[in-house]
Design a protein around this ligand. Structure first.
Ligand SMILES: [Mn+2]
Length: 472
């Protein structure tokens, strides 16, 4: 594997941050609540603990003026922000100027138009924060700078890779750039294995038919979303796909069996007319945490990050953190329960949309789930609806859910085919929400907004007009 060059300037920033943290009496570590933020907190907290630095950890869904004021009210002299903080530097620097706390930031998001002394962010050194280094990666560099004479922190590379994959930085088939140096550290430290493999979600835990049926990145007609088709494909292969009457998992197959199944799947995809660039996406780099039990979601980096995201969506970052820090008892059991609940909520949410149907406007379709679907998952449900027969594929879907008594959460999802025709949901969500006193943004194919609860219909009229202009 080619190892990316180390990044000396970023290492200097990490050293400055580490030196300031060592001088602190007690540190408040504030982190974003998602897979990258939770692994950021775990990596930074372990680095601090090993350096003997007293600290406590809090999670925030979003860092805004209110949550930063709450952090300042804790009256700790140093606040370490991980996986957020750069984008909120305007507010944070005001607190710093007033002497509320000294900020230390390890982040990878676009900085606001202010700076601060202890600021570790790849974007400040010309490194892409979207694809080359995550919040957990920045926290890893900080943990390396916190190393003492008694041992190194390279073992934390495993969690840094979980964070990067949680932020989908491996979406082109593997990690690149600064992330690749972290992978190399993890391999050297004996905690991580990187190898080219079939790139389907669930290699550790899903029975083979489910692995193929649920694969959503590459759709293979007659196998994807087709249980009977997936089973008949598997049983036609010269591989023992069952053992003692139970379906085996990808992780249960030996090398020769994998080398039979993977090419057969690709031949089938070719024969079904799947475009060649999609077929290439069936193979990618898999990252395995070698100290974790085989056949568990913790063994596979992408399954681990999904488990952490499930804890985050139900505001249990503390549970995800405990799992990252090694709890394989109660915290792991609770994380698994949250993941099962999450999957059930998604399928019930999708079923609700199918039963209730959507309302059509000229250029979009929408549903308002009220409080029946949590605002933290309504966007995923909208995305699942786009791929289901419940909706019209020629228009984007807009979903509403109650965020609070005053605010409505808006999530929108389109398709790549619509984006090619001019759809830009990021612009549509931003303009339509701002026209009714809210705000929003995101990506062309998936975006969101928050609007005042009484402005739904005015928002819809504006969004319908904007999407109509984009698609005309
Ligand atoms: Mn992140």
């Amino acid at each position: 594997m080619a190892v990316a060059a180390p990044v000396p300037d970023l290492a200097d920033r990490a050293t400055d941050c580490a030196d300031r943290l060592r001088e602190a009496g007690r540190v408040l570590l504030a982190s974003h609540i998602d897979a990258d933020g939770i692994t950021s907190a775990a990596v930074a907290s372990t680095g601090l603990a090993r350096a003997g630095i007293d600290h406590e950890v809090v999670f925030e869904k979003q860092l805004d003026a209110d949550s930063i004021a709450g952090i300042a009210a804790r009256e700790l002299d140093v606040v370490l922000f991980t996986d957020f903080g750069s984008g909120q530097l305007d507010v944070i620097a005001d607190h710093e100027d007033r002497g509320d706390f000294v900020p230390v930031i390890a982040d990878h998001h676009q900085p606001a138009d202010r700076d601060t002394r202890y600021h570790l962010n790849p974007l400040l050194e010309g490194i892409d924060g979207a694809s080359e280094l995550s919040g957990a990666g920045a926290s890893y560099l900080l943990a390396r700078a916190l190393e003492g004479p008694d041992g190194d922190n390279r073992d934390l590379a495993a969690l840094a890779v979980v964070g990067a994959v949680g932020d989908m930085q491996d979406s082109d088939g593997g990690l690149v750039g600064a992330n690749e140096s972290i992978v190399a550290d993890g391999v050297d430290a004996g905690v991580l294995e990187a190898r080219t493999d079939l790139d389907l979600y669930g290699r550790q835990t899903r029975p083979l038919p489910k692995l193929l049926e649920y694969a959503s990145d590459v759709k293979i007609p007659g196998i994807s979303n087709d249980e009977a088709g997936a089973i008949s494909f598997l049983t036609d292969l010269d591989v023992d796909v069952k053992r003692d009457g139970e379906w085996r998992r990808w992780v249960d197959l030996d090398g020769a069996e994998r080398r039979t199944l993977a090419p057969a799947l690709m031949r089938r995809a070719v024969a079904s007319g799947v475009p060649s660039e999609r077929i290439e996406a069936l193979v990618g780099t898999s990252y395995t945490l070698v100290d974790e039990e085989p056949g568990t979601e913790l063994r596979d980096v992408s399954e681990f990050s999904t488990l952490l995201n499930a804890t985050a969506r139900y505001e249990r970052g503390d549970i995800g953190l405990a799992v990252c820090l090694g709890d394989r008892g109660d915290a792991l059991a609770e994380a698994r329960r949250l993941l099962r609940t999450h999957r059930r909520n998604l399928s019930e949410g999708l079923q609700w949309v199918k039963n209730e149907g959507v309302t059509h406007e000229d250029n979009l379709q929408w549903f308002d789930a009220g409080s029946r679907i949590r605002e933290t998952i309504v966007g995923i449900v909208a995305g699942m609806a786009v791929g289901s027969p419940a909706v019209d594929r020629s228009k984007p879907v807009i979903a509403f859910a109650e965020e609070s008594v005053e605010e409505l959460k808006v999530s929108s999802r389109g398709s790549h085919a619509l984006v090619r025709k001019g759809l830009d949901l990021s612009a549509a969500m931003r303009e339509a929400s701002q026209s009714v006193g809210g705000d929003g943004g995101g990506h062309d194919v998936a975006a969101g907004a928050t609007i005042p609860i009484d402005e739904r219909d005015a928002f819809l009229a504006a969004a319908d007009r904007i999407v109509g202009e984009q698609l005309s």
